[in-house]
Design a protein around this ligand. Structure first.
Ligand SMILES: [Zn+2]
Length: 432
């Protein structure tokens, strides 16, 4: 009789488990995606009319981004980087720049949502247009004191510290898609990373052909360029924003307005949308528990560092299309939440067009780098980078947007929040 009751309970509980719909979180991070990068892209592509998909998302709030000082973790640093921002999003804990999910000053590892998801039986994926070991994806699946400790032999690795790619594969991250041919030949113990991945049941792809063949029966490790993936767009003249030229009498001669064109070297590389689709397909197959997927549009930030507005806008549009894809997926898959945010602000500014000025511009009142663009609708837009006079811009400490879709009412982000609150919300949805 007792046996009978136990077997009845067993059948009942198995049925309950089988009926619970899997829970999924898709976190999309626009690297360095501040409101200025969003506005410039909207202006260029849609002449400020509605058009960007993110503009149609009704659940929107603002996240405060700060980090800590590494020399004294009790002090605040008001501007972060992708390592501190990624760590805040992955762990809910503030750290200092360049740290990958380790504490400021002391270097203790901090558990990430990807590690928690693995422990709870979820599948996990990391997709990026940067090298797959870059700070944003790394913050979710590794712990190192310096973000540039990516593979064995990197000078930033402390003695005995395990590089990021080794940790990602040992954690058995189900899907890893991005850039990084150079990672594959690094040595892990006695074999290469590529050999280790294959022996750990990963399907490895290095180009578009291999990507197309990737399925859903194995883990995926896809790297499609030597380092970061090429940017989709570049300026017509191939140049980035520059210092303005001065006439003999010291007045500014503004550059000719130009458009953005497709960067030829971005052809034959899977796009962020294609990689995200592949990841969703892989993670959702034969998965009764659910998944956590992080998708990063990395070049919004990489291009802003180079004062390359076309590079940023091409990446922003690709990221926007990927957000649309994720929300369309969530609309037809129960219990799927989409969260869209940035890790930190960038350096882009949208400034007055020269026609507006009622005084002569001289070299002194345009100290930074400047580019004039013709939008798709034929209007001229002036973009300016002023954190540096060389083409090496830094981040800014502004709030970043946070959009969501599918969160239960009591978890929806409202008003102004701290970036460190986001991880707790995702964990609550997935694990409680
Ligand atoms: Zn950056």
């Amino acid at each position: 009789m007792l046996k009978f009751i136990i077997s009845i309970i067993g059948i009942f509980s198995i049925n309950v488990f089988a009926q619970a719909a899997p829970k999924n979180v898709i976190l999309l991070i626009g690297d360095g995606m501040g409101e200025a990068e969003i506005a410039a892209t909207r202006n260029y592509e849609f002449d400020s009319g509605p058009g960007l998909f993110v503009d149609t998302i009704r659940e929107k709030a603002s996240a405060i981004v700060i980090s800590k000082r590494n020399d004294d973790a009790s002090l605040i640093a008001f501007v972060g980087d992708s390592a501190s921002g990624g760590t805040a999003l992955a762990t809910g804990i503030l750290t200092s720049v360049r740290r990958i999910s380790t504490t400021a000053q002391y270097g203790e590892p901090i558990k990430t949502i990807v590690e928690e998801a693995k422990e709870n039986g979820f599948k996990v994926g990391l997709v990026t247009t940067a090298v797959i070991t870059d700070a944003t994806p790394a913050s979710f699946a590794a712990h190192v004191n310096n973000r540039y400790c990516m593979k064995a032999g990197d000078l930033s690795c402390l003695p005995g510290e395990k590089p990021i790619i080794d940790q990602m594969l040992e954690l058995d991250v189900d899907v890893l898609l991005g850039g990084g041919h150079r990672l594959l030949s690094a040595i892990k113990d006695t074999i290469t990373i590529e050999e280790f991945a294959i022996s750990s049941d990963y399907e490895v792809a290095k180009d578009l052909k291999g990507f197309t063949r990737m399925g859903h029966s194995k883990n995926l490790l896809g790297v499609f360029s030597d380092y970061h993936l090429p940017r989709l767009w570049q300026a017509e003249d191939g140049k980035v924003a520059e210092k303005v030229i001065l006439s003999d009498d010291g007045n500014v001669i503004f550059p000719k307005a130009q458009q953005c064109i497709v960067n030829p070297s971005s052809k034959d590389i899977p796009t962020l949308e294609m990689m995200t689709k592949k990841a969703l397909n892989n993670l959702s197959t034969d998965n009764e528990k659910g998944f956590f997927l992080m998708v990063e549009g990395a070049s919004i930030d990489k291009a802003a560092h180079d004062s390359d507005i076309c590079g940023s806008m091409g990446a922003m549009l690709e990221f926007d299309r990927t957000v649309k894809l994720a929300i369309e997926y969530a609309k037809i898959h129960e219990n799927t939440v989409v969260i869209v945010t940035a890790d930190h602000g960038g350096s882009t500014q949208n400034i007055h067009h020269p026609y507006y000025e009622n005084y002569k511009r001289t070299g002194e009142n345009i100290p930074g780098l400047y580019e004039l663009l013709v939008t798709k609708g034929g209007n001229e837009m002036a973009i300016y980078y002023g954190t540096n006079n060389a083409s090496d811009q830094v981040h800014t400490g502004i709030n970043v947007p946070i959009y969501s879709f599918g969160l239960p009412d009591d978890l929806v982000f409202k008003g102004t929040i701290k970036q460190t609150e986001i991880k707790g919300t995702m964990a609550k949805f997935l694990f409680e």
